[in-house]
Design a protein around this ligand. Sequence first.
Ligand code: GLV
Length: 326
Amino acid sequence: MAKDLPKVLVLGPPTCFSTFESLYSHKFNFLNPKPSGLSLQQFILSHNHNPSTIPAIFCSAAYSITTDVLNLLPSLSLVVTSSVGTDHIDLNECRRRGIQVAGAGGVFSEDVADVAVALLIAVMRKVTVANRYVRTRRERSDPWDFPLGYKLSGKRVGIVGLGSIGMEVAKRLESFDCIISYNSKHQKTSISYPFYSNVIDLATSSDALVVCCALNNQTRHIVNKDVLLALGKEGFIVNVGRGGLIDEKQLIKCLMEGEIAGAGLDVFENEPHVDEKLFAMDNVVLSPHSAAFTVESTTSLCELVAGNLEAFFLNKPLISPVMLVE
Ligand SMILES: O=CC(=O)O
């Protein structure tokens, strides 16, 4: 009987949730407020769920796990998020309350890196403009008036955040003979790429920046106006991390004024809202925060989430814990 199974509250159901539910509803009793249209508080009250019997949350990056949410759930001991990013979770408060947190670990790294490189090629070589050009003109005009793009091979690429995604980006770009350097919270002793402790210096020494670090108080607007100006008029930027890593107002201004050459963006500062000024720009390629999601990564994610929930309910160590230290 579902009511005898361990309860898992599902918040902002992750895109994989319907698959996940069909695979694992024999193991967990999923409580999903979304279809009811009720607020979390109303849901808990109206369904007579004793909040003290809810030990675990499964959430997506679209749902903020704030102190207010945690206050509604006095027995909460686990938050599992379907994302790599944890900026939607009040980690300090979780630490204070002894709540464990598990994330998506490395399941998305290759897919996100693939899209980072795809966006870089697309914006530098004008792939989306070319696509529209052919569809609207149907044949090559004479004289040929398609604008020239920039070569990626051999370019200097600065990676902001050399974690598991950043390393996959570097690996891919090495096969394009790109010259890699990076900025990270700390220099990595095992990595021979040049390290820049200052993102402005990294931008000055790069033809393109790929931003893939975590968003937190230290990294918000890590790419600001000064970084964009240092990247320069022939510089490109790709963001597959979080929108808040770049000062989007300044980015749009720099794109409009030709202070940088172009941008490939999978993430936006005020998601799900996307600033419409970006839609009119030919030097911008957009993607709907979908870099992580493939058929394969979704399957791996479902297995990982189930593994974390099972481990938790068996009092075993989590498979992909998020470190709750500052
Ligand atoms: O954006 C996706 C993630 O954080 O997993």
